[in-house]
Design a protein around this ligand. Structure first.
Ligand code: PEP
Length: 251
């Protein structure tokens, strides 16, 4: 059965001290509470190791926000998937629209990153989503399908089954403009049908598909109540426990 997941993406925010304080605060807030989803925090690289030791990782998983497309070697400034795994982090966000747009990450590069992440034992949270012009011209389904096909469809069924997907319409990220629950459900159901056509119903049914894009305490419940929306990837509202906890508790 697929899991409900609420994952935070801190992006390039918080000093090490601020990040650890937030990780500890979330850990405390979740202690002794029954929540109906897996919680993940996506921190900058430098926070990973300390975040892992600041939380109960059975309760809060820790994710990197990127990894290198090379295994190791002379790639100054890069951080490999196996280095991330060595911190105790178990997840990595890949294909975020900010990485695609600002750092020119192509489907081929992302394909490599996904493979290296899986080899290192990390669970990729793979992001897909259309820009506004694509939605307005009715190309959003084609865009999302081709993003999935180009980076993920040469994975074996066993490897594909390890992924988490996140549908993040680019026009909704950080804009305060959320996809309506109906728009999210329509796209998530389309993604699940696309997965079923390639990998079969069982894998499609068991894949968690998160929604991302200006999700917050006020809209999470309605978004998560859709049958194909299995949680959220949360940017701005993951930066404080006060805003993040109600999203976790929306399940
Ligand atoms: C994100 O960047 O993954 C995201 C969903 O951001 P926000 O929630 O701030 O729109």
């Amino acid at each position: 059965m697929r899991k409900n997941i609420v994952a935070g993406n801190w992006k390039m925010n918080k000093s090490l001290q601020e990040g650890i304080a937030l990780a500890r605060e979330l850990n405390e807030a979740l202690k002794g509470k029954t929540v109906h989803c897996k919680v993940i925090i996506g921190t900058p690289y430098i926070h990973l190791s300390s975040a892992v030791s600041s939380v109960d990782t059975d309760r809060i998983g820790v994710a990197a926000q990127n990894c290198a497309d090379k295994e190791s070697g002379a790639y100054t400034g890069e951080v490999s998937a196996s280095m991330i795994a060595s911190t105790g982090a178990r997840y990595v966000i890949l294909g975020h629209s900010e990485r695609r747009a600002y750092y020119h990450e192509t489907p081929e590069i992302l394909k490599e990153k996904v493979k290296l992440a899986l080899t290192a034992g990390l669970t990729p949270i793979f992001c897909i989503g259309e820009v506004l012009e694509e939605r307005e011209s009715g190309k959003h389904f084609d865009t999302v399908k081709s993003q999935i096909e180009a980076s993920l469809f040469d994975l074996s069924p066993e490897d594909f089954a390890k992924l988490i997907l996140a549908y993040e319409p680019v026009w909704a990220i950080g804009t305060g403009r959320t996809a309506s629950p109906a728009q999210a459900q329509e796209m998530h159901a389309f993604i699940r049908r696309t997965l079923a056509a390639k990998y079969g119903e069982e894998i499609a049914d068991n894949t968690s598909i998160l929604y991302g894009g200006s999700a917050n305490a006020g809209n999470a419940k309605e978004l998560f109540s859709n049958p194909d929306v299995d949680g959220g990837l949360i940017g701005g509202a993951s930066l404080s426990a006060d805003k993040f906890m109600p999203i976790i508790e929306a399940f």
